[in-house]
Design a protein around this ligand. Structure first.
Ligand code: UDP
Length: 260
């Protein structure tokens, strides 16, 4: 929450938006939905919710389909159509995560940016906030409801409109590196970065629209490794881990991190 909003709302229960990519729903290097992976994610999230933090989750859909895979005319599918298909993929992930969370006793609501009342509630900002206040885990699917953007942008958008304290980006690595840590063993792990540094160094953290939106509204982003047991719990509570991206210049901008 930026300073202006903090002043407006005072102290209240911590609220976070957690962005989980489609790759969190499948085994590394595979596609589709693996319930083992979904259950792992649900267990970690359930424990985090037990800490009394309000959690909204924005799901990606890249494990099933990304619109950018289809350029215009490719395979007879228009690019916009492919983006809508990508948004529907996030709904499938949302349904899987909802059942996994509820089987663990969590209260959840799945809200979609494209109306489909037979399976989920429509996304309405005030309703989403009410669910959060009641302690329900809110699952936000179908991205922004508009094509040609990604769920990173949806996550930034929802973090802003739901007045989250932070946008948490769950990844399979420890944070933001100078290079791809899965390919370059000498990649350096940054502990803190400014939005400008992310833009100038063209670091592949989230899509540029999401970074620009967070920068404009001073929404901090924490990029962290969700695969390490307990990290989602730590991240939602505001424990220092991964890479913090904010507007503040700090001295120790990076650490010589291992790629483990
Ligand atoms: N998408 C879209 N509008 C949105 C969000 C998503 O058109 O607001 C489409 C887009 O084609 C995207 C796909 O849905 O590639 C799946 O989302 P994303 O690529 O963000 O998933 P992730 O990479 O996080 O798994």
């Amino acid at each position: 929450m930026n300073a202006q909003l903090r002043e407006k709302y005072g102290t209240r229960t911590r609220r976070v938006v957690l962005k989980v990519s489609g790759q969190s729903f499948c085994r590394a290097g595979e596609r589709g939905i693996s319930m083992d992976e979904v259950v792992h994610l649900a267990e970690q999230t359930s424990r985090a919710a037990g800490r009394g933090v309000q959690i909204a989750i924005v799901m990606g859909g890249g494990n099933i389909l990304r619109g950018a895979q289809f350029t215009s005319g490719n395979a007879g599918i228009e690019e916009a159509t492919a983006h809508y298909m990508g948004m529907l993929a996030t709904v499938m992930n949302g349904l899987a995560l909802q059942d996994a969370l509820e089987s663990l006793g969590c209260q959840t609501r799945l809200l979609t940016a494209i109306r489909m009342e037979a399976v989920a509630e429509p996304y309405i900002r005030r309703r989403a906030r009410r669910h959060l206040e009641k302690g329900r885990i809110v699952l936000l699917a179908a991205g922004t409801g508009s094509p040609f953007v990604t769920t990173d942008t949806a996550a930034a958008q929802r973090a802003l409109e739901l007045e989250a304290d932070v946008l948490l980006k769950a990844t399979r690595v420890d944070g933001v590196y100078s290079d791809d840590p899965e390919k370059n063993a000498h990649a350096v792990l940054y502990s803190e970065l400014t939005y400008h540094q992310v833009q100038q160094q063209n670091l592949r953290v989230m899509d540029p629209t999401a970074i620009a939106q967070c920068m404009e509204h001073d929404m901090p982003i924490v990029v962290f490794n969700y695969l390490k047991v307990g990290n989602i719990e730590r991240a939602v509570q505001g424990e220092r881990l991964g890479t913090l991206i904010s507007s503040r210049e700090r001295s120790a901008a990076f650490s010589e991190g291992s790629t483990s």
